[in-house]
Design a protein around this ligand. Structure first.
Ligand SMILES: [Cu+2]
Length: 186
């Protein structure tokens, strides 16, 4: 009996100590330089990604809008909608958060001109395996990233086109069915 009491007391002490440690950690974060504040904002990204809705996955800094797009092994983009403003500089980072290699589960981001027939384009793209599934000289493509595999990341920078709604897809064969969304320029 006495042993159990002693054990409980020790447990209480451990919990107390770890609480103290946690607090200390928080204080350290708060004290940091201005940059730390930004990092705190970045932490919120996790919540936004989980929500997976509008205008999210984007942050603005010094006139550049950063879009954080991810693709996974289940053929899914994290964003169904990307919103930017006409003429602003867009930096889009595509991160493959899965593990499968490029030849099995490659992902890219392809922004298509207004009025492009997505199915028609994706069908042509599917046969352009020698060119990372971007049809040679395709006029429908405004901009695209390279094709990447699990664990890889790639970025492109471009000027947002005129206002309107554009389609974006992953042009790996068959992926566009799930991996497509709206790129909305306001
Ligand atoms: Cu893909």
């Amino acid at each position: 009996m006495k042993n159990i009491q002693r054990f409980l007391m020790i447990l209480a002490t451990v919990v107390f100590v770890s609480c103290g440690d946690e607090k200390k950690e928080q204080e350290t974060i708060t004290i940091g330089e201005e940059g730390t504040v930004e990092r705190t904002t970045t932490t919120n990204t996790t919540a936004r990604d989980t929500a997976g809705t509008t205008a999210e996955g984007t942050t603005r800094q010094k006139g550049v809008v950063q879009v954080n797009l991810t693709g996974n092994d289940q053929m899914q983009f994290n964003l169904k909608e990307i919103r930017v403003k006409a003429g602003e500089t867009v930096r889009l980072t595509l991160k493959h958060v899965g593990q499968l290699p490029e030849n099995a589960m490659g992902h890219n981001f392809v922004l298509l001109r207004k009025g492009t027939d997505v199915v028609d384009f994706a069908t042509k793209a599917a046969s352009a395996s020698q060119n990372e599934y971007i049809p040679e000289g395709a006029e429908q493509v405004i901009v695209h990233t390279e094709m990447i595999g699990g664990g890889e990341e790639t970025s492109i920078e471009f000027t947002a086109p005129e206002a309107g709604t554009y389609d974006f897809i992953c042009s790996f064969p068959g992926h566009y069915i799930q991996m497509q969304g709206k790129f909305i320029v306001e």
